[in-house]
Design a binder for this molecule. Structure first.
Ligand code: HEM
Length: 186
């Protein structure tokens, strides 16, 4: 994945736990390069190793780290040059998710080697909606949960995300049910 993703992991760890913990996680993951380059592609294994090392060093399940990372990715992307995308891509969470494939396609102009995921949306009778997530990469389901939660906050809403179907239990892709409610007191 592009270095931008690893830089966002680094930013999360440094902010929450400090430079020393980041140095330990990096060493644990076997990363020797002094810094990540935003536009360079790295083997996916680098990102997975960082998450695994963070899990070991912080004593937290990898799924929790991925979910927190998903939430962080939204603010990181917004604060690192992609704020315009959030303004353009939708007036609410559902519309934004419907536009995600277009958004990643447009980002392909900047990140030509990107292997982007794909999303589609289906309405449910009770007002919630299902998000279908297709990826060539395994194990990122909790990351998407965090992304959807973080994205909802951009629209002053809270998203309750539940797993409807999962590759881990044999389905060919992951499906989430998302129920959105307005954030009170903000
Ligand atoms: C402006 C914000 C965003 C930018 C700049 C961005 C860019 C990227 C980049 C560069 C990658 C790495 C792909 C690669 O190197 O092959 C990526 C992956 C990914 N993006 Fe986005 N993205 C953004 C927003 C989102 C949002 C809002 C979601 C979902 C709600 C999302 C879902 C994902 C997922 C799940 C991956 C992991 C790859 C996979 O599943 O196979 N992204 N994105």
């Amino acid at each position: 994945m592009y270095g931008l993703v690893n830089l966002a992991v680094e930013d999360l760890v440094r902010r929450q736990f400090g430079d020393e913990v980041w140095a330990r996680i990096k060493a644990h993951a076997g990363v020797t390069a002094p810094e990540f380059n935003r536009m360079q592609t790295y083997a996916d294994s680098v990102t997975y190793q960082l998450v695994g090392a963070a899990s070991a060093e912080l004593g937290a399940p990898a799924a929790d780290i991925l979910r927190t990372f998903g939430r962080h990715w939204i603010t990181y992307a917004r604060d690192h040059g992609y704020a315009h995308i959030f303004k353009l891509a939708g007036r609410d969470l559902k519309q934004f998710v419907r536009n995600l494939d277009n958004m990643h396609t447009r980002l392909g102009a900047t990140f030509p080697d990107m292997d982007a995921p794909s999303f589609s949306v289906e309405d449910n009778a009770d007002g919630s909606f299902d998000v279908h997530y297709y990826s060539s990469r395994p194990g990122l389901q909790p990351f998407v949960v965090g992304l959807l939660e973080g994205l909802a906050l951009e629209f002053d809403c809270e998203a309750a995300v539940s797993i409807r179907d999962s590759r881990a239990s044999g389905a060919d892709h992951d499906v989430f049910t998302v129920a959105v409610s307005p954030l009170v007191g903000r």
